[in-house]
Structures are given as C-alpha cells and as structure tokens.
Ligand binder design. Structure first.
Ligand code: FES
Length: 183
C-alpha cells in the first residue's frame, strides 16, 4: 500500500488543516484507503499540529476506523438484538461459508472483509447487512451468499438494488430465549 503525501495533503487541505475537523479528515482518509495507514496518521498529526498520540487515540476510539487494511468490500452483518432474533447468526454463517473466512477476517485476495457488528440503526429492515455502507434489508442467508458471489464475479456492485428485498417477508413467531444482551 502506497500512501501518497499529496493525496493525504489534499484531504487535509479540504478542511483547512484545522484541528476541529480531525475526525472528518480521518473519515476521508479511511474512505480513500479503506483503513488508516500509519504514514497518513503521522502526516495528519504533523499538519494539524497535534501529537501522533492524539490522532491515534481518535483512530482507536471509534470502531468505524481500522488500523489494518480491509478488503475492497467490507461486509457488516448486524448482530444487534432485532437482527439476531430475525436470523442474523444464520446470515453470518452463510457469509462465512461463502467467503471461507470468519468474522473479523479478510479474504486472502483482499476482496472481502467480514464483520459482525452491533445495531446498525435500521432495525425495521432486519435482518440487515451492509456492504461498503450500502444497507441490504430483509436479507436471508441465501440472498446474502448470492450477493457476495455476484460481487466477487463482477456481476453486481454493493449498491445494486435487490428487487427481491422490496417487501418485508412474513414474520413468524420467534424464540426470544436466544436473544443476547442488548447491543
Ligand atoms: S438490530 Fe440490526 S439494525 Fe438494529
């Protein structure tokens, strides 16, 4: 991974190199590289006139930031309470099987990272997965596996609408004994 000084400077200049915009700058850097490269963090600290420690503190405080390279497509499977009840664990299993990795890992070709995350804030669409910030609601294990298969084959992009998801599926009674603590 090559971090271009000019590219990072462009991002920092976009915010006038002001400390108050440090969070937005880190978000843009992460968007650019899919993680926060060490060189970019050092450059940010220097340009903003703050210590590297302060920048690292921010980078490690927010769970949306990563200090390690992620795949081109980051798949987040919601394991919040509502999605868990509606089948989140089965969706995670299906995606682990399809990608051949566990949650928290990245495929060896650098294409996909898989994450199990807490409530994504759109419980009414549950169960939900997000691929590169694009939410897919009412997802089933089959459809989740099919989506990553199509993205891997270059047949779909994360934001591609899945028309089969337009109507919420009929809900059946759920077993509340499997619900984990809120989160
Ligand atoms: S529990 Fe999944 S979006 Fe809220």
């Amino acid at each position: 991974m090559t971090v271009e000084v000019e590219r990072v400077n462009e991002i920092i200049d976009r915010y006038g190199a002001e400390q108050m915009h440090a969070l937005a700058i880190l978000q843009d850097i992460q968007r650019e590289y899919n993680f926060l490269p060490r060189e970019a963090l050092e450059q940010t600290a220097e340009r903003l006139g703050v210590s590297e420690g302060e920048v690292y503190r921010m980078a490690t405080f927010f769970t949306s930031f990563s200090l390690h390279p992620k795949g081109k497509y980051v798949c987040k499977v919601c394991m919040g309470t509502a999605c868990h009840v509606l089948g989140g664990p089965r969706i995670l299993e299906a995606m682990e099987r399809e990608l051949g990795i566990k949650a928290g890992e990245t495929t060896s070709d650098g294409m996909f990272s898989l994450e199990a995350v807490r409530c994504l804030g759109c419980c009414a669409l549950g169960p939900v997965i997000v691929v590169n910030e694009e939410p897919h609601g009412y997802i089933s294990p089959d459809r989740a596996a099919k989506l990553v298969r199509r993205i891997a084959a270059g047949e779909a992009e994360p934001e591609e609408a899945d028309t089969s998801a337009e109507a919420p599926p009929a809900r059946s009674a759920v077993d509340l004994s499997s619900v984990p603590p809120a989160g």
